[in-house]
Design a protein around this ligand. Structure first.
Ligand code: FEO
Length: 397
């Protein structure tokens, strides 16, 4: 059975406690997730907003049947058609093949691309409405939040914003609401989600969220497609998104390194001390890229005003783990962050220069030529790294 959340809305999604990675292995989801779908029942119409991921398709349809006669669903509204939300459509549409699917034009293209079905598509755009009886749905296109097909749906009457991926988190909870969970734990997941999924689209996030704020819609509840529902001070997450989308940074410097025989690690620790010599107020964090979760590292980079990336020179290049971090950071399009590279070497020693080039290509402002150490750092080299840390702190201001 679903969970009734208001007079008209019932949550009919799936809580996935076992999920530990998403988008293949691109995103770690240590706290599980949920695929939130909502059934809205009113005097004239009943609609379903979104479905769940494919592995749960039969369970979803079976539970939906316990809730309602599927034939009495007047429309399925697909706000976003990535498979974690559209994955149960095939199973559902087998039962109600004629039921219209409301989605954006791009949404139809994606559904056709994934499922190759000639369903009864109805394209909607911003401002289109659907009268349900006492409630009215208004569709708001939100392209690139985070796919081109994405839209939000606002329900006037109960004043609920259904925001699909926006304002979501990969966070499993049986308690459903933000005010019923550990806020620190959940907000970390909201931030990690924003960084790893939405950060590349910050300009669009900023514009869309400001557009919604400017509409002055009364919002009593925000219902995303992953994680908790926001009902107490629901716009707190909207305000947080506005801050996150605006080149967010804290007074933090993050050192991300890889190391073969601890030389580059020793350098990282000495550089970190130098940064703190120069500025005791700055938060300095160190992560070994081959040991730490990549998405957590991205979240720490997001918080940072500057980063240092270190790798020993290996085969005239840099390490596998650092290559992954740089590629990921490039894709996430961080803004207004300073950076430089460091690393140990034995003979050719080109990794530091290469890392600086990659950092620049990834949009970081490279502030120094970096710092290199031949073989294992002795006390002089450690002192030089510490001095370099002070120099770096001065360069980032
Ligand atoms: Fe939750 Fe973009 O799918």
């Amino acid at each position: 059975m679903g969970k009734k959340i208001t007079e008209h809305v019932t949550w009919v999604g799936k809580i996935d406690w076992e999920l530990n990675h998403f988008h293949g292995d691109e995103l770690s989801t240590e706290k599980g997730s949920s695929y939130n779908a909502y059934l809205v029942r009113d005097t004239k119409k009943t609609v379903l907003l979104d479905t769940v991921w494919g592995p749960y398709d039969r369970e979803f349809v079976a539970r939906l049947k316990e809730e309602i006669d599927l034939k009495s669903i007047d429309a399925v509204i697909m706000q976003h058609n990535e498979v974690d939300h559209s994955g149960a459509l095939m199973e559902l549409m087998r039962e109600i093949p004629e039921t219209p699917i409301y989605c954006t034009k791009k949404g139809e293209a994606i559904l056709r691309g994934y499922y190759h079905k000639d369903w009864n598509y109805v394209n909607v755009k911003t401002g289109d409405t659907m009268e349900l009886g006492t409630q009215t749905l208004t569709f708001i296109e939100a392209p690139m939040l985070h796919w081109p097909d994405t839209m939000f749906t606002y329900m006037s009457g109960e004043n609920i914003l259904f925001s699909n991926d926006g304002f979501g988190q990969h966070f499993a909870t049986e308690n459903l609401y933000a005010d019923k969970v550990c806020m620190g734990e959940m907000m970390y997941e909201a931030e990690k989600y924003f960084v790893n999924i939405l950060n590349p689209f910050c300009p669009m996030v900023s514009r869309k969220v400001k557009e919604i704020v400017a509409m002055n819609l009364p919002i009593s509840m925000i219902c995303p497609s992953h994680g908790v529902i926001w009902r107490e001070n629901p716009t707190q997450i909207v305000e947080t998104y506005l801050r996150w989308a605006d080149s967010y940074q804290e007074n933090q410097v993050t050192l991300v390194y890889d190391t073969m025989w601890n030389s580059t690690r020793t350098m990282a620790e000495a550089i970190a001390k130098g940064i703190q010599d120069a500025d005791p107020t700055v938060t300095v964090k160190l992560f070994n890229a081959s040991k730490e979760d990549k998405n957590d590292i991205m979240t720490q980079i997001f918080r940072s005003k500057a980063i240092l990336v270190g790798s020993p020179t290996i085969n005239n290049g840099f390490s596998f783990a650092i290559a992954g971090i740089l590629e990921m950071a490039k894709g996430l399009k961080f803004k207004k962050k300073k950076a430089a590279a460091f690393g140990s070497y034995g003979w050719s020693g080109e990794a530091t220069k290469q890392l600086n080039e990659h950092l620049a290509a990834a949009g970081f402002e490279v502030v120094t030529d970096g710092c290199r150490t031949l073989w294992a750092p002795d006390q002089d080299a450690i002192d030089a790294c510490r001095a370099y840390g002070r120099e770096f702190a001065a360069a980032i201001g």
